[in-house]
Ligand binder design. Structure first.
Ligand code: AHR
Length: 685
């Protein structure tokens, strides 16, 4: 772990001294008392809690428009077999390595070895991925088993094939004889046919590698389907680069639509990609390298990510990440390898080729369509530059021997060519100043729920000069989190309330990891859980929904006074709703204790404006047990519940449920003071 990472071994509880200082220096952001109870068992002191929250809406401060975003890492099959909708796993037969014969897993034979033999050779037409599949068919129409023999691909633990939907098949084929190949989508045991087509051609048409493109329309649904290539014709056939894509990907860009919709729901303002440790690699030779992930998909070599231990065909590459950022209307934040992996490092004296690789990656993203790398981007379908303005030099590498030396080489070169690019350092600047130039420093925290709850004060004393903080990875982990508990979400919500209040210095924050395919859980917990056909959000995913309106809103001054508890935090913001265009005051409260709280809310500073009696709502995330989780069977067991707020007004008595995150969205009836940022009536904090 790098210096910028806080783990459960680092405590950050708020001592009395800390609390006093905190109140002295930052009264508006200091709300919790010194000692802390856990959300699991708050104890008798927390019985009959009362609290008062005073919100002074005349003091407000703009919140950065980028404050809350997402971090996509290729971990847990988040991309391959996940967000990237490609249904064929190991489509180019490269996953077993460049040497032949190689393992073609998960492809499997249809028929036994007296009828058909599968092997690999290096006859592919693609220079960067030479391995192809050779299929020797030993039987013919008379002697082959009924339906023929061949090869099938089960996808990533089964393909989700849905009746009525279309799937685009592309494959490359070669044979010295004519071919007659049936392409089928079948149920998981191969017995039920969902869609079929036939590829036929004379020897003259297929004696050289030939690209075949066709569309399969499924007549039935199977969530664990497979793709089969069968024949009853004796001879030798080679296959390579076999791809099957649903036609209904998001904007036709290859992303699994329902997963993108879930991302849109939390309104991310930036997307950091593609890792994480995935960027570093256990060894440099296995790190993600952007140049290997661009250009025609068939020509990409793919690679084995040796940190999370799986192969990716790299269909989801540098271009697609930038496209995803654009499709989500978010700011892209590219993390590149800085010549450092977990196990090996490039010496600073030899780092320049890596610096050039990063510069080229920026040119690919935003260079003119006539530039060397910009022209490749244009040829892939995006002549206009992508809006890349942020890059991170490595991931969690600060403590490593060559980091500072390498970092400076990247920093100087990038600033020379692209002075407007914002550069993110891996070193933690939250407690002491950085010893090198940076626009942002990266801050990671994985810890237990109580500790993260107390870290709502983490940035209260951070210097306001110097680079801004980018909390690019935060989460409750360990036994408090299970595989995504309410308790974890509450600790995280309290931490984010602290981030929101310190958003003059913390400009961006994202939960990690974002996705997990349940067939390959490499990291627990995660925000969005899926398999081939289903997906649900963990409480931590839903927790982020409560912060979706904060980016670009205004932080409002709020002060919380509680009877005895240290288990309550709160904040207030104003925002304009993107749909109804109304202005709302949103008050968020995290109750980390297992007792109900009687909360008196008083709102002042609204001037001539009033709180609408109708149109104001309460939204609550809670559950009977603080360790409750969602699942495929009960995807919404712990999900926000919204109701109309009957007693909406400037003064309200409300009940805050035990172990809950609650937001009150108060409709502000006149927009006069809210819509003008520089209104003289409004003091900016
Ligand atoms: O989010 C999972 C991992 O945690 C990331 O790859 C890494 O940056 C951190 O250690």
């Amino acid at each position: 772990m790098a210096a910028a990472t806080v783990t459960s071994t680092t405590t950050s509880s708020c001592s009395s001294y800390y609390y006093l200082l905190c109140c002295f220096f930052a009264a508006a952001v200091c709300l919790i008392a010194p000692s802390l109870t856990t959300g699991v068992d708050a104890g008798p002191l927390d019985a009959n809690l009362t609290a008062e929250l005073s919100v002074d809406a005349s003091f407000r401060r703009p919140i950065p428009s980028t404050l809350f975003g997402i971090f996509f890492e290729e971990i847990n099959h988040a991309g391959a077999g996940g967000l990237w909708a490609e249904l064929v796993s190991n489509r180019g037969f490269e996953a077993g390595g460049p040497n032949t014969p190689s393992n073609i897993d998960p492809w499997l034979v249809i028929g036994d070895s007296s009828f058909v033999v599968l092997s690999t050779d290096r006859s592919s037409p693609f220079e960067r991925n030479k391995v192809a599949l050779r299929m020797d068919v030993l039987c013919d129409l008379e002697s082959c088993p009924s339906g023929g023999v061949g090869v099938y691909n089960p996808g990533f633990w089964g393909m989700n094939i849905e009746g009525g939907k279309k799937y685009k098949l592309v494959l490359y084929v070669r044979s010295l004889d004519s071919i007659d190949v049936s392409v089928l989508l079948t149920g998981s045991n191969g017995l039920r046919t969902l869609a079929t087509t036939i590829i036929k051609g004379p020897a003259s048409a297929v004696s050289d590698w030939t690209k075949v493109e066709t569309v399969l329309e499924a007549e039935e649904t199977d969530h664990g389907a497979r793709l089969e290539l069968r024949t009853s014709k004796k001879g030798v056939i080679w296959f390579d680069q076999v791809s099957l894509m649903p036609e209904d990907t998001y904007k036709g860009h290859g992303f699994r639509s329902e997963l993108v919709e879930m991302l849109k729901e939390i309104k991310p303002r930036f997307i950091r990609f593609p890792g994480g440790c995935f960027v570093e690699g256990e060894w440099l030779r296995n790190a993600f390298r952007w140049k290997e992930s661009v250009g025609p998909w068939e020509e990409r070599p793919g690679h084995f990510g040796d940190v999370w231990m799986y192969w990716t065909d790299d269909g989801l590459g540098h271009y697609e990440f930038l496209q995803l950022a654009e499709d989500l209307d978010t700011v892209p934040i590219w993390v590149f390898n800085n010549g450092i992996s977990h196990q090996d490092q490039v010496d600073t004296s030899s780092i320049l080729p890596f610096v050039q690789e990063a510069l080229d990656g920026i040119e690919f993203a935003r260079g003119d369509a006539s530039s060397k790398w910009g022209s490749l981007r244009a040829s892939m379908g995006h002549p206009e530059p992508f809006n890349l303005k942020h890059v991170a030099v490595g991931n969690e590498d600060c403590g490593k021997k060559n980091y500072r030396g390498n970092y400076l080489k990247f920093y100087e070169a990038i600033k020379r060519v692209y002075p407007d690019i914002q550069i993110i350092s891996n070193c933690d600047g939250s407690s002491h100043p950085l010893d090198h130039p940076a626009d942002y420093y990266d801050f990671h925290v994985y810890t237990d729920a109580s500790n993260l709850f107390s870290m709502s004060h983490q940035f209260d004393h951070t210097s306001r000069s110097g680079p801004k903080a980018f909390v690019s990875e935060y989460a409750v982990t360990g036994k408090d989190a299970g595989t995504g508990s309410l308790l974890a979400a509450l600790g995280e919500a309290a931490f984010l309330i602290g981030v929101e209040k310190n958003s003059d210095i913390v400009e961006m924050a994202s939960y990690a990891p974002l996705f997990v395919n349940t067939n390959d859980r490499r990291w627990n917990p995660d925000a969005i859980v899926f398999n081939a056909s289903k997906a649900y959000g963990t409480p931590s995913y839903w927790m982020q929904r409560f912060f979706a309106e904060s980016s670009g809103g205004y932080l409002v001054n709020s002060t919380l006074v509680t009877s005895s508890s240290s288990s309550l935090v709160a904040s207030a913001i104003t925002y304009q709703d993107s749909k109804d265009r109304n202005t709302y005051l949103r008050i968020k409260v995290v109750n980390f204790a297992s007792s109900t709280v009687n909360l008196k809310i008083s709102v002042s500073g609204l001037g001539a404006n009033t709180v609408g009696l109708s149109g104001s709502t309460k939204t609550e995330l809670t559950s009977a047990n603080v360790m409750d989780e969602n699942s495929f069977q009960q995807p919404n067991k712990v999900a926000p519940a919204q109701s109309m707020l009957q007693n909406a007004g400037k003064d309200m008595d409300v009940l805050i449920s035990p172990n809950s995150l609650t937001s009150f969205d108060l409709l502000i009836e006149s927009n006069s003071i809210w819509t003008r940022r520089s209104d003289p009536l409004v003091s900016v904090m």
